[in-house]
Design a protein around this ligand. Structure first.
Ligand code: ATP
Ligand code: MG
Ligand code: MG
Ligand code: MG
Length: 578
């Protein structure tokens, strides 16, 4: 492959784009890998597409290596299966929905468990057909609350998703372990510094779940690692290791007084019920897996309160059932939150709540992900991370639920936890029978009785991984791609016109004939200095400068990562670079 800079669809930018706040986003834009096309939607330019394809191929070949079979589901799907599984409402505003010309409801798939389960039901009838694992690499759609950082969190993004089907738990465990190993290989090949952490299952349900987090300060996930053992967990998941439900010491009954200032649980529930069916102007209801978040404003009051109502163990959240299912100890009231208008604009985590001295009550069983709220004093939706707490104080208030470094490790109890930030690049789940139950996927078992397969699902953010690699491999001059994912193997720079340009093109032709991917900077209207700057920005691992010493038969080889430069004879260069 030989690309010529003079004709390549590439415009490098000298200045940082104003809307790009993280390094990978800035550099992928500046070096001409992606262009923003829509909110949360990016066009991959030729160099970007090459990197994306290389990452895709690494993922695909490791999936094939563990026997997963590639399929391709439609992205445009009818609503019905997602209603059957309950995820039509569970995903809530996160899914893009649309109607066809006959008015039938559809969605753009955020992930495909339903389709995988239905396909297996459609084709397989006997236990002899198992185990089987399907995977696809496909565009996914999610109406993210906060699309950010370019392809790191898009509303349209490329995901590899795999679905395993086994007849028993032991089979599922094997499939899960296989994917865990394959993911480790993939992220190693991509050159990522990553940690596998215990995770929460989020909107998927299910039990065992681990995330692959690429460490970077711009990551949205906080995770902890132990100083002594190999325990590592998403901080959300650490919180779930709070005292077990049913332990009376761990779950004091909340005291909520029946005063105008402090509504009773019953009155809150009544309010929730009434509002759930009413207009949505000054409150928001959101159904995540286990929680409903409402903001309410008492008549005449300037400020509002944020309520978190948890539905322990309830998978399908139906707002109309909130009143019936709510457990008294799972109500939390954030007091005075609306006195802090700045809070509702951004991340409203326990740290921020603690910083502002905002008191809140919450039950440790309320394990949650992201919910929604509408600020009483600001229209529009805002994401709020609701995190449960661990340490009830005697008066029923709770310390902020954050894990601190320095906390004892829940894994070994001797080490201490230290905290880091990361980007979720992969996620593996032991789903169980949630989806096979939903669609009654039964096959004939060995004893003639029907058996219901158990599922695992395994996702990799392929487009996000490109940004994660960029996040970990750059300096202030530009990108520094690991060789395995670089758009090209060699960047040839013709420092001058005439013989230098001819020699660069000749060398480029020979290198590409020898099987290397080559980018030749053959532009004649820019200075050598601009070409060097661009070469560093674009970040191909090796650059060969054809410059002044060509007359004596020498070129310069520059290593992007180390900055090392050596002069080499043109003679024998092709063999040397292979
Ligand atoms: P996040 O916590 O970042 O929102 P998620 O947990 O919602 O991700 P999963 O449902 O686990 O995502 O999807 C599998 C993988 O898809 C994730 O591990 C991540 O790498 C990728 N992914 C999810 N959402 C996005 C997005 N909006 N843009 C790019 N990649 C994404
Ligand atoms: Mg998400
Ligand atoms: Mg996640
Ligand atoms: Mg996830």
């Amino acid at each position: 492959m030989l690309l010529r800079m003079s004709t390549l669809l590439l415009r490098t930018l000298r200045e940082d784009p104003a809307d790009a706040e993280v390094p990978s986003h800035r550099l992928l834009l500046r070096a001409g890998y992606v262009r923003r096309a829509a909110p949360g939607g990016y066009t991959w330019l030729p160099l970007g597409k090459l990197v994306l394809d290389r990452v895709t191929e690494i993922v695909r070949s490791e999936m094939a290596a563990i026997g997963d079979q590639e399929v391709h589901f439609p992205a445009l799907l009818p609503a019905e299966p997602y209603r059957t599984s309950g995820r039509w409402t569970e995903y809530g505003d996160d899914i893009f929905t649309l109607a066809d010309r006959k008015g039938a409801e559809h969605l753009l798939a955020p992930t495909h468990e339903e389709m995988a389960a239905l396909l297996v039901k459609d084709l397989f009838t006997s236990y002899r057909d198992f185990p089987v694992t399907l995977f696809q690499i496909q565009t996914k759609f999610r109406d993210e609350a906060r699309p950010r950082a370019g392809v790191l969190r898009g509303r349209e993004f490329l995901m590899k998703d795999a679905y395993s089907f086994d007849l028993d738990e032991a089979g599922l465990q094997k499939a899960y372990d296989r994917h865990r190993n394959a993911y480790t290989k993939i992220f190693e090949k991509l050159g990522l510094d990553f940690t596998v952490v215990h995770a929460m299952s989020g909107a998927m349900g299910g039990s065992a779940s681990e995330e692959f987090l690429a460490a970077t300060p711009v990551g949205e996930d906080t995770f902890v690692g132990c100083t002594e053992c190999d325990y590592a967990a998403n901080t959300e998941a650490v919180v779930t290791r709070a005292p077990a439900a049913g332990d009376p010491a761990a779950h004091p009954v909340l005291e909520v007084h029946d005063t105008p200032e402090t509504p009773t649980i019953a009155s809150l529930v009544e309010l929730a019920n009434a509002r759930a069916l009413g207009d949505r102007t000054d409150w928001a209801a959101a159904d995540t897996l286990k929680n409903v978040v409402l903001t309410v404003r008492r008549p005449g009051a300037e400020t509002g309160e944020l309520l978190v109502i948890g539905l322990p163990g309830d998978r399908e959240v139906d707002l109309k059932r909130v009143g019936a299912a709510v457990h008294p100890a799972t109500v939390a009231v954030f007091e005075d939150w609306a006195a802090h208008p700045e809070l509702v604009r951004g991340y409203l985590g326990p740290q921020i709540l603690a910083k502002h001295g905002i008191r809140y009550l919450v039950d440790p069983r309320v394990v949650t992900g992201t919910a929604w709220l509408t600020g009483a004093n600001e229209p529009g939706r805002h994401a709020v991370d609701v995190v449960c707490g661990r340490d009830f104080t005697p008066d029923g208030t709770i310390e902020a639920a954050e894990v601190r470094p320095g906390d004892p490790c829940p894994g070994c109890a001797t080490g201490e936890l230290t905290m880091r930030r990361g980007i979720e690049v992969g996620h593996i789940f032991q789903l169980g029978r949630r989806f096979t139950d939903a669609f009654a996927v039964d096959v004939l078992g060995p004893e003639g009785k029907p058996v219901r397969p158990t599922m695992g699902c395994y996702g990799i953010g392929v487009s996000r991984a490109v940004a994660a690699v960029a996040e970990q491999h750059h300096d202030d001059r530009g990108l520094i791609w690991p060789a395995a994912v670089a758009p090209c193997d060699v960047h040839l720079v013709a420092a001058g016109k005439g013989p230098q340009l001819d020699a660069a093109l000749d060398l480029g032709g020979r290198l590409s004939a020898a099987g290397l991917r080559v980018l030749v900077d053959d532009r004649t209207h820019v200075s050598a200095g601009v070409k060097f700057t661009d070469a560093e920005l674009v970040g191909i691992p090796r650059a060969v400068v054809v410059g002044r010493r060509l007359a004596e038969g020498y070129v310069e080889l520059r290593d992007r990562a180390s900055g090392e430069r050596v002069e080499l004879p043109v003679e024998g260069l092709v063999e040397r670079l292979l």
